[in-house]
Design a protein around this ligand. Structure first.
Ligand code: ADE
Length: 253
């Protein structure tokens, strides 16, 4: 760690920030934690909720409602801003990009599976066919090693791929095939981009609402399964927090 003010891989995880996009995704875990609202000091619509659990300081930071569109601020812009403001203010030892995601039946995924990120976060909609910029587009931001955590909690693991679209087109499909990603969301790579810049480890915890390669439209599956997946990601978040508390990041690996 550059300035020594945050955790290193040798120190314990005492402060965890959970970055979430939809109010509906965040509601179950906020309720279970008994987390209370913290006043915002920025002009952004981010909503912070604080709690203590297993001796850890937890902040759940929700992107908040877009003031003009009147919907939750999903996608990468809001995720980056939320992550920056949250790390800057709360100095977490670990950031968790949490929420819902899509996955593929061809990989054996099922609705309600909960995944922990593995290896790296990538983008699948940033195609920049200029010298050296292709890799910049994909990103490949590091995911903090968490296989032991996943194994202990019975969670699946995989590379998480991000774009600003709920569906996938043929170009997305080609990039996803190249990255071998098995979880598809709209925030995690943006969170990890900021985490890398700010020297703060990031993992994702994502509950599956839809199978991208199923004949039922993604939006229809998502709507039908949002409540179930939000409850499941909330349950697993509590287990992740309990596992991380009083452990070092190396213990998660
Ligand atoms: N969130 C939930 N399902 C998703 C999908 N299929 N793509 C992107 N984000 C999602």
């Amino acid at each position: 760690m550059g300035d020594g003010s945050r955790a290193t891989y040798d120190l314990g995880v005492n402060r965890i920030a959970v970055i979430m996009a939809l109010t509906a995704e965040a509601a179950p875990v906020i309720a279970e934690l008994g987390a209370t609202p913290v006043a915002s000091t920025s002009p952004l619509p981010i909503q912070f909720f604080e709690a203590t659990r297993s001796g850890c300081h937890i902040v759940v930071s929700v992107n908040g409602q877009h003031p003009r569109h009147g919907v939750c601020s999903i996608g990468t812009d809001a995720a980056s801003l939320n992550t920056y403001v949250t790390i800057d203010r709360f100095k977490p030892d670990l950031v968790i990009s949490a929420g819902t995601a899509g996955a593929w039946a061809r990989n054996g995924s099922q609705i309600g599976d909960v995944y922990v990120s593995d290896d790296r976060f990538v983008f699948h909609d940033r195609r920049i066919a200029l010298d050296s910029f292709s890799e910049y587009g994909v990103g490949s931001y590091p995911a903090a090693k968490a296989r032991r955590l996943a194994e202990a909690l019975g969670l699946k693991t995989g590379v998480v791929t991000t774009s600003n679209s709920l569906d996938e087109n043929d170009d997305d499909r080609a990039m996803i095939a190249r990255s071998h990603a098995c979880v598809k969301d709209m925030e995690a790579a943006a969170v990890a981009y900021v985490g890398e810049m700010m020297d703060t480890p990031v993992i994702a915890l994502k509950a599956i609402t839809d199978l991208v390669d199923h004949e039922t439209p993604t939006a229809e599956q998502f709507t039908a399964n949002l409540a179930l997946a939000s409850r499941l990601v909330g349950e697993k978040l509590l287990a992740v927090i309990d596992f991380c508390a009083a452990r070092s990041l190396a213990d998660l690996a």
